[in-house]
Design a protein around this ligand. Structure first.
Ligand code: PNS
Length: 166
């Protein structure tokens, strides 16, 4: 086992649904940090409605990370920096795919930094094989019966096809 740097990191997201790209970032963060908390946004009043409820989104992730001993999945509906504090996290970790992610993340970074300068946001670059992959892209494919192999875990693919297929 590699030695970890210590500390807790929060990996926030909607995870609607979790993709193999998310799972790659979670696995890599779990090699670096002592403890990783995957924070699943649970905001029923959010403008963009999710396909899956928070409980199911949490379960999808839990069943994929079962062998990682230092990862916990927790739903949250408050400010990300407050959630990070409640869990004793000193870092927020996010995955970055392309330049298009940068602008949004840059803004979030400034806002979060202003509220909580003591919590550092850190970014892991997506592995090349996942740099095109997004939950919204996967949902689009599922809606039109596309093949989800290699994009999401098989259990997620079948639930997604069931939920979205026309
Ligand atoms: O793109 P996503 O996956 O929906 O991102 C969700 C999240 C929480 C990572 C993003 O909205 C963010 O960085 N928000 C920071 C501001 C905040 O705390 N919002 C409340 C979230 S419950």
């Amino acid at each position: 086992m590699t030695s970890r740097n210590g500390g807790t990191a929060v990996l926030p997201g909607s995870y609607d649904p979790v993709t193999l790209g998310h799972l790659d970032i979670i696995g890599r963060a779990s090699e670096v940090f002592e403890k990783v908390i995957v924070g699943v946004v649970d905001l029923p009043i959010r403008k963009a409605k999710t396909v899956f409820g928070a409980e199911e989104r949490v379960r999808f992730i839990e069943s994929e990370i079962a062998e990682l001993g230092n990862v916990q999945v927790i739903p949250f509906g408050n400010l990300l920096v407050d959630f990070a504090r409640e869990n004793g996290a000193k870092a927020i970790v996010k995955g970055l795919r392309a330049i298009s992610d940068f602008e949004y993340e840059f803004e979030m970074n400034q806002l979060n930094r202003k509220m909580a300068p003591d919590i550092e946001s850190m970014y892991l670059m997506a592995a090349p094989e996942f740099s095109f992959l997004s939950s919204s892209g996967v949902k689009e494919l599922a809606t039109f019966g596309g093949d989800l192999t290699g994009l999401v875990p098989p259990a997620v693919a079948s639930r997604l096809q069931e939920a979205l297929k026309r």
